[in-house]
Structures are given as C-alpha cells and as structure tokens.
Design a protein around this ligand. Structure first.
Ligand SMILES: Cc1cc2nc3c(=O)[nH]c(=O)nc-3n(C[C@H](O)[C@H](O)[C@H](O)COP(=O)(O)O)c2cc1C
Length: 196
C-alpha cells in the first residue's frame, strides 16, 4: 500500500493556512470548459489526491475511472443530463459494495460518504491547479455502468467533469452563517437575535 506524505512541512504555517482558506472560499462549480486538454502530469496529481480522503474504517470502498477519450466522454454526457458543458476529462467516482461499511442501523452505507469526500479532494485539487469541475449526480446509473464496463459490485455515485474554466470562477451565495452554524447547542435564530 502507498503511504501518504507525512504532514509537518505541509501544515502549521500561517501562510499555508491563509492560502488554503482562500482556496476553499474561492471554489465554485465549473460547468463549461475550454477545449484545452488536462495535461498528463496534472491528471496524475488529481487522481493521486482522491484516495487520500478520509474513509470509514480505512475500508477505501471506492474506485475511480478517469475518462479522457473524446468519444467516451460524449457517450457519458449523452446519459448525464446534469453534465452541461463538454469537458476534456470525466472522473467517474464509484462506490465499492464489496468493501462497504454498514452502520449498525443498516440504513446507511458510509462508503457513499467516503466517495463524496474523495470527490471533494478532486474538486479542490482541480481548483488549486487552475482547473474546474462539478459533481454530477444526474445521470443514468445503468448506462454509465455499461459504458464503463464496471463490475457488478461497483456503483457509479458521481460523475465529475473537469477542465479549464471557460469563464471566471465565481463562488455562489450561501445561507447566512447564523442560520446554519451553532455553538454548543442548536439555537433558534429568533432566540439568538432576542439575546439573553
Ligand atoms: C451531490 C451533488 C450532486 C450534484 N449534481 C449536480 C448535477 O447533476 N448537475 C449540476 O450541474 N450540478 C450538480 N451539483 C452541483 C451543485 O449544483 C452546486 O454545488 C451548487 O449549485 C452550489 O454551487 P457551488 O458549488 O458553485 O457553490 C451537485 C452537487 C452535489 C454536492
């Protein structure tokens, strides 16, 4: 198994932290791309950071298919109404049922959460590299399963088109922090504004 880099040089510096926070705040989905391909070296880096995401019980119940063949990309897009522009790269992020970790209640596959975390790594790495992407859940599972020749235990969860943004990246609005972030216990917004 590959080991991940040890952290000390990569963390702890105020400059690194400030740059990373800026990166997080400036991300937005990118749905339209230029024709420029994603260079091999860059693709290798993007793919490399996906499986460094947190993963329940370190089961790594995921698999990824990077699709760059233009015809294959067009085929995927034909079965993905949620994919707007034509990207030079699509990463299909899949859940591996054979490695699933079930919660005690049996109601949730934590593997799905792991896949989402890996996709967030991909999106942030793409953004940091001047690329952009978009998680796409609106697609035909059956068609994508067939197009990618996936074995039965792999379930495509998200398609992630990635490419060079065709327009400047602009973060979209979010709900008020006070509405969504609470401290210690949940407080109703009206109680909070009324004061003690
Ligand atoms: C699980 C998930 C599924 C999504 N599916 C689609 C999709 O099918 N098509 C699409 O254009 N955007 C999709 N998005 C992107 C959201 O629309 C986008 O994140 C949201 O509008 C907020 O924009 P922002 O990420 O730029 O802040 C999806 C996002 C998530 C987290």
């Amino acid at each position: 198994m590959l080991s991940q880099e040890t952290a000390p040089e990569a963390t702890g510096s105020a400059t690194t932290a400030a740059a990373f926070l800026r990166l997080l705040r400036s991300r937005a989905v990118v749905r339209r791309y230029t024709d420029e391909p994603v260079a091999d070296a860059l693709l290798a880096e993007l793919l490399d950071v996906m499986p460094t995401a947190p993963t329940a019980a370190n089961k790594q119940a995921w698999a990824f298919v990077a699709v760059r063949d233009p015809y294959a990309v067009r085929c995927l897009r034909a079965f993905a109404p949620g994919m707007i522009g034509l990207p030079p790269l699509v990463v299909a992020a899949c859940f591996d049922r054979d490695r699933a970790v079930r919660e005690d209640s049996g109601s949730q596959d934590t593997g799905l959460l792991c896949v989402a975390m890996a996709v967030q790594n991909l999106l942030l790495a793409a953004h940091a590299s001047g690329l952009g992407g978009c998680p796409v859940s609106s697609f035909s599972r059956t068609a994508v399963h067939r197009l990618l020749a996936l074995p039965h235990h792999l379930e495509p969860v998200l398609l992630v088109p990635v490419g060079h943004p065709a327009a400047p990246v602009r973060p979209s609005a979010r709900r008020d922090r006070d509405e969504v972030i609470h401290h210690d216990v949940w407080t109703s917004p009206t109680a909070a504004s009324a004061g003690p």
